[in-house]
Design a protein around this ligand. Structure first.
Ligand SMILES: *Cc1c(COP(=O)(O)O)cnc(C)c1O
Length: 449
């Protein structure tokens, strides 16, 4: 079973399928029901095995077809992804290399390369040269890890004396993963900060909320740098100043929007991020890496390490001082070196290509918004800050948006899902793919006429 004679056949088949997939233009379509899959795939796990050939056939004919391609130029729902060919193919090689990426001892080269990508991101954010962190599975894991470090830091400041309740400040635009981390993972409380008219957290709201609640137990303020629903960027300068006054950890969730740090046209929106105590961005969203990949950075990585290092007799060996053990900086131990696909692609193509690709998506979002303004039956919900555009069709209710969205997908045209803004239903596109053109987006608008 370990190294069968069929490995060459399998590898060449997989290579053929990978290339086929990278060249495929298959649009998102509707998903099969459980009943349909049960009929077509059925039971696959047997005592004797069904064989490589049959298993691979199930993949090509059924399983892979029952998945939506997030990298299709007209996959515009949620936050899509758009990994480069280089990152995807290299990811396959990383997997084939069976590397434990948790420690310097076992994967120093990988950690070294991953850390160069983290350094690029830290430089974009203006974090000090001592900043560092690791790659984790996604924004959810990144946010949880950062908040655990924040609470650890607050507890140290309090000389180990716990408050009655720990509290972290967010807004109603903050991603669900942050509320989940605070309430469900950490059993702490959420302090809602009122936002300005554009949905941004600013000094006034934050001060007001902190004064009303009292700063006791407030261990973090979570700023959003690009909300998933609308691309809103909080006033990071305001928040940084207020956090400094309150002596509270500033975490910046840039899971989606943090990529726009690399775009000169939007960089100033993020002013103040250089003061963050922790920062995350998901390369699997807008930085052209495959799932799953989140970059987590700490201003002072020692705090992250002290909060998260696991100790056990059998891993004493790897707890050497100096070198970087990626496992020490987040809620994980075993990990694949999941920053490597991005490293390979970024090293090969160069940072300028990344900036240019992000600028292209920003420009297309602006052109799309201009087209929405031109059409009398449509209204923009707000001028787009980044590459998410929300818009309304006159006279449509939630049911109309749902029917329209389902039909677009069933017809294999595009995947666009409705959302709500201030309780009102609307349509929304999120553009992270440089291959998405205005023509792709006009197909979506024309379908609303
Ligand atoms: C996507 C997203 C998250 C969650 O990231 P996952 O990678 O899906 O876990 C958190 N915050 C923001 C702003 C996001 O856009």
């Amino acid at each position: 079973m370990q190294h069968g004679p069929d490995v060459e056949w399998l590898a060449s088949e997989v290579q053929r399928l990978v290339v086929e997939r990278l060249r495929s233009d298959q649009a998102p379509s509707s998903e099969p029901s459980f009943g349909e899959l049960s009929e077509r795939i059925g039971a696959t796990i047997t005592a004797d095995g069904i064989g490589l050939d049959a298993a691979l056939r199930l993949w090509t004919e059924e399983i892979s077809r029952a998945a939506l391609p997030v990298d299709h130029p007209r996959f515009l729902a949620f936050i899509p992804g758009a990994p480069t060919d280089a990152a995807i193919v290299f990811d396959a090689l990383v997997t084939a290399s069976s590397i434990y990426g948790g420690s310097w001892l076992e994967a120093s080269g990988c950690v070294y390369a991953e850390n160069q990508v983290l350094r690029w991101l830290a430089d974009l954010a203006g974090l000090p040269t001592t900043a560092g962190g690791c790659f984790v599975q996604g924004g959810t894991a990144g946010n949880i890890s950062a908040l655990i470090a924040a609470r650890h830091s607050a507890l140290e400041r309090r000389n180990g004396v716990r408050p009655e309740r720990w509290v972290a400040a967010i807004t109603d635009q903050t991603h669900s993963s942050v509320k989940y981390a605070i309430e469900q993972v950490m059993d702490a409380d959420v302090l809602f900060v009122p936002t300005d008219n554009e949905g941004r957290m600013r000094r006034g709201g934050l001060r007001h909320a902190a004064e009303k609640h009292g700063a006791d137990g407030l261990f973090a303020v979570v700023a959003t740098a690009g909300s998933a629903n609308l691309g809103i960027v909080d006033d990071l300068e305001d928040i940084a100043e207020t956090c400094a006054e309150l002596g509270v950890w500033m975490h910046v969730d840039g899971a989606y929007g943090g990529a726009a740090l690399a775009a000169p046209s939007t960089r100033s929106l993020f002013n103040g991020v250089e003061h963050a105590d922790s920062f995350i961005v998901d390369p699997h969203k807008w930085l052209f890496a495959p799932y799953d990949c989140c970059a987590l950075l700490y201003r002072n990585p020692d705090i992250g390490r002290h909060a998260q290092t696991q100790r056990a007799a059998y891993v004493e060996q790897v707890l050497v001082e100096g070198p970087w053990n990626a496992s020490d900086y987040a809620i994980h131990l075993s990990r694949r070196p999941r920053g490597l696909p991005m490293w390979f692609s970024l090293a090969a193509h160069g940072t300028a290509a990344y900036s240019a690709a992000i600028e292209i998506t920003l420009a297309v979002a602006q052109e799309f918004a201009a087209e929405v303004r031109r059409r009398p039956e449509l209204q923009l919900v707000a001028a787009p800050t980044l590459s998410v555009v929300a818009f309304r069709r006159s006279g449509w209710n939630a049911g109309d948006y749902d029917r329209w969205s389902n039909k677009l997908r069933r017809d294999g045209i595009a995947f666009v899902t409705p959302t709500t803004v201030n309780g009102e239903p609307c349509a929304r596109v999120a553009i992270v793919n440089p291959r998405t053109t205005l023509a792709d987006l006009l197909l979506v608008l024309d379908s609303m006429a």
